[in-house]
Design a protein around this ligand. Structure first.
Ligand SMILES: [Zn+2]
Ligand SMILES: [Zn+2]
Length: 135
């Protein structure tokens, strides 16, 4: 995803583009590491000393509400965020705790049993040991 002007992008999605919001969103599109609130906070607080964890949390919550990021809840006690809103799956390595993306072909998912249901969100979660940690 290429976003020339993050502030304008936020505006187009009904979000007032404060400096902190712009930086948080930029962090998400530049780092495909599916960060937690803590990660985003730690990475940006050096540059924005007035930043608080609450601000990061509220900003990410707002982005999710406006559907410009997705919330990943692979673990009960760990929420991660992703600026890639296309349909894709997440694999979490139980050893290095890294979250990997994988492609999902929705046309190959058998939804016959819920064919009359309305689907609002897609989440595909897998857990295991990644290639690097297997070695
Ligand atoms: Zn691993
Ligand atoms: Zn992802």
């Amino acid at each position: 995803m290429e976003i020339e002007n993050v502030a304008q992008y936020l505006k187009n999605n009904g979000i007032k583009p404060s400096y902190q919001r712009v930086r948080v969103f930029e962090y998400l599109i530049n780092n495909k590491n599916h960060p937690t609130v803590d990660t985003v906070f730690k990475e940006l607080v050096g540059e924005i000393p007035t930043l608080s964890k609450t601000t990061v949390y509220n900003t990410l919550k707002l982005f999710a509400k406006k559907n410009i990021i997705i919330v990943i809840n692979i673990e009960d006690n760990e929420t991660r965020y992703d600026a890639d809103t296309s349909v894709h799956g997440h694999f979490k390595c139980e050893k290095c705790r890294k979250v990997y993306d994988f492609d999902v072909d929705l046309s190959k998912v058998d939804l016959k049993k819920i064919s009359n249901f309305i689907i609002n969100e897609y989440h595909f979660y897998l857990k295991g040991i990644c290639e690097k940690c297997r070695e």
